[in-house]
Structures are given as structure tokens and as C-alpha cells.
Design a protein around this ligand. Structure first.
Ligand code: PLP
Length: 385
């Protein structure tokens, strides 16, 4: 269900059903992942405009291995300080992940030995999409979601293992980083964690969900990737690396780094402006505002995620047809949520992304709408049994 629209203020969007201006209506967006409401922050928009005006260009028409804009180096330096790692910036996290996968399979990050690469079955598609590329080089396995026991078994039976997962999952839930670190210490497990949904919303400077759970020096057996387009409020992606040799390797051999455009100047300017917010008191204020809104939602609608500090909530409906009908009813009432459908059939959920940009009354009205539409559609009160 794609809704065409123009952002207005806060989380409100003017949507055009039928694509016709006459059908315009206001919709409050509970789909987008701008968790801190930074995407339309005036300082970030001004940062993007200023960077283009100062440099009088959007981008250079070649990869940065030839020539790179000064502010890109500045951005990577500032991000390296925030995440306490060697940070490389890309035009998206999808591309950062794409460039990392063949390098992981090559064994260059694991002392020259090709690893067994293990994916969590729920890892975001920008990671498992590359399984065929990895499988051309090395063995690839997929295990159940957060199945630490299965992972430990593979670590016991194989000398070099790389595990690929999300830090915070976009359909709710998170990785057990403490247990993963124990496997790292016990078996030398190499971890590749995509923390796109965790950065900015946790940590004094928005270091994220995953990064603060590792030592001050990230070390040689962990890489964290993240999108700058979600909580961070700008555009682009990053890799956080812990070793100088890894940095050198990625700057030479990551395909999108060496053979595609770097983030453009608008993205760089926006990200530098967002870094300033990340290093100011405003970040904490926005994180607290987000928490208040999550708590408010939890007081009204019970979910499997109730009580955790992540901004994604999923409401179990079961039937796909009912879930779509309920989401459509909620949309007609002015609130845009999405339907999460994953195997096995009959496990459909309504997915809600809560942000600091939502007004309290938006959350209250959304919750009322969810409860009402579920009862109308299923004939039963929520929670459904
Ligand atoms: C976990 C995760 N990683 C990566 C991406 C892609 O990020 P980007 O838009 O920066 O490519 C997404 C987008 O939804 C995501 O959820």
C-alpha cells in the first residue's frame, strides 16, 4: 500500500489517494523511521542547502578514490568521534552492506581463512540478498532468529565463523549482543551487525544500540553498519570499523567505495548538521520525547514489544486479509501504519513506528483507531485470542 504525499509539518503528510489533488487529505505517518523527528529539522535542511551553495555542485562525477570533497573527510572524522570507530560513509547503508559482503567472504577480515558465513533468518534484506555472492566464495548458512544455541554449535564445529544480523530489527525485537560477545570471546566469532534502527535513539551522542555494548576500541572482529536515513535524520550509510588494516581494505576494495558515487554534498551537509545535533543537549531531549511517546502507546495497546525501549511496535492480527482491512481502516481515519507479513501464513501484524515528532494526541488517536478497527473487522476485542 503506497501512499503518495507531501510532507507538511511534524509527522503529518498531505496524501493524494488516486493521485488526484482533489482527493487530498492529511495523514499522520506511523511508517517512517525518523525516530527522533530529525528528517525535517531546519538545521539539517539548512546544512544540505549550504553545502551545495558553498561548493556550487551536487557531486563530482567520479568515485572518491580519484578526488573527494573536503566536507566528506570532515564528516567521516566527526562520525568516527561519535561512534568511536573508523567510520567510512556511503551513499546508503544498502551500498555499505553490499560492499562489505564479498570482503567478509574473502577471508581478508579473518586472518586469510575463508569463514563460514551465518545469517540470522530475519536480517534485513540488504544483507541476505548477497548470499549468492558469498556462496560463490565460501559456505553460507542461515539460522533461526536469535538462535544462539545453533550459532554456538556452528562456532564449535568451524574454526572461522562470521555472523550477520541486525542490531534492532525493523519488524520489532533486537539481537542479544551480550551473548554474541560471549561467543566472540569464546570462539573468535566475527560479528557484522546492521544497527540502522538503533543509532541516534540510544547513547549520549546517539552511538546506538550495538556500539556501546562493545569495548571502547571496537577491535578486529566487529563491524557495525548503519543507515543515516532513519533516526539520524540525514541520508547515507556508514561502516564502523575497528582496525586500520580493515579501513585500508575497505577504502581500496569495497565496490561502492571504489566504483560508485560517494554521498552527494546535500547528504554530507545534512549529515554534518545532524552530527552537531547529536553532540548537543537537543539529542537527549528528543530521545526522552521518543521514550514518553513509546510509553504512552504501551499504556494503551499491549504488544509483544511492550516495555522495551525500541520505537517499533507490532500488533498481532493473524489473518493477512484482516490485517490489510484493519490497516486500510486506520488509514481512512488519517493514520498510516503498515502490515508486516512474514512466514508462516496467518501471522500478519500491524507495524507502528513511533517517533519523537508525533504529538501526544496523534498517539492517543492512533491507539483508539487501532482498537476500534480491530473490533469492527474481527468482531472481537483486542488482544485477539
Ligand atoms: C536494517 C536496515 N539496514 C539497511 C537499510 C537500508 O538503508 P538505506 O536506506 O540507507 O540503504 C534498511 C532500510 O530499511 C534497514 O532497515
Amino acid at each position: 500500500m503506497t501512499v503518495r504525499g507531501d510532507p507538511t509539518t511534524g509527522r503529518t503528510t498531505t496524501s493524494w489517494s488516486n493521485g488526484l489533488p482533489a482527493s487530498r487529505s492529511q495523514v499522520v505517518d506511523f511508517v517512517g523511521c525518523s525516530y527522533l523527528g530529525l528528517d525535517n529539522h531546519p538545521a539539517i535542511i539548512a546544512g544540505a542547502i549550504e553545502a551545495i551553495e558553498v561548493h556550487r555542485s551536487l557531486q563530482w562525477s567520479h568515485a572518491r578514490t580519484r578526488l573527494k570533497f573536503d566536507p566528506l573527510g570532515e564528516l567521516e572524522d566527526i562520525l568516527s568521534g561519535i561512534f568511536c570507530a573508523r567510520v567510512l560513509a556511503f551513499s546508503s547503508c544498502m551500498l555499505a552492506n553490499l560492499g562489505a559482503m564479498p570482503i567478509l567472504a574473502s577471508g581478508q577480515l579473518t586472518g586469510g581463512s575463508k569463514p563460514l558465513v551465518v545469517f540470522d533468518q530475519s536480517a534485513q534484506i540488504s544483507l541476505p540478498y548477497h548470499k549468492p555472492v558469498l556462496a560463490a566464495e565460501t559456505r553460507v548458512e542461515t539460522i533461526g532468529h536469535n538462535d544462539i544455541e545453533a550459532l554456538e554449535g556452528l562456532c564449535r564445529d568451524n574454526s572461522v565463523v562470521v555472523y550477520i544480523c541486525d542490531g534492532v530489527y525493523s519488524a520489532g525485537g533486537y539481537s542479544p549482543i551480550k551473548e554474541l560477545r560471549q561467543l566472540q570471546e569464546r570462539y573468535g566469532l566475527f560479528l557484522y551487525i546492521d544497527d540502522s534502527h538503533g543509532i541516534s535513539i540510544f547513547g549520549d551522542r546517539g552511538e546506538g544500540f550495538a556500539r556501546p555494548q562493545f569495548p571502547h576500541v571496537l577491535g578486529e572482529r566487529t563491524i557495525i553498519s548503519a543507515s543515516l536515513s532513519k533516526g539520524f535524520g540525514a541520508s547515507g550509510g556508514v561502516l564502523m570499523l575497528g582496525a586500520a588494516e580493515h579501513e585500508e581494505l575497505f577504502r581500496r576494495h569495497s565496490l561502492p567505495y571504489a566504483a560508485s558515487m560517494a554521498p552527494n554534498l546535500a547528504a554530507i551537509g545534512a549529515a554534518i548538521a545532524s552530527c552537531k545535533i547529536h553532540r548537543s543537549a537537543e539529542l537527549g531531549q528528543r530521545q526522552r520525547r521518543l521514550k514518553q511517546r513509546i510509553d504512552l502507546f504501551d499504556r494503551r495497546v499491549a504488544t509483544a514489544e511492550q516495555g522495551n525501549s525500541f520505537p517499533i511496535r507490532t500488533i498481532a492480527i493473524g489473518s493477512e486479509t484482516n490485517a490489510i482491512a484493519i490497516a486500510k481502516g486506520i488509514l481512512d481515519g488519517g493514520f498510516y501504519t503498515s502490515v508486516a507479513v512474514s512466514p508462516p501464513p496467518g501471522m500478519a501484524r500491524i507495524r507502528v513506528c513511533i517517533t519523537a515528532g508525533h504529538e501526544v494526541r496523534d498517539i492517543e488517536r492512533l491507539c483508539d483507531g487501532i482498537l476500534q478497527k480491530i473490533t469492527e473487522t474481527t468482531g472481537k476485542p483486542y488482544p485477539l485470542r
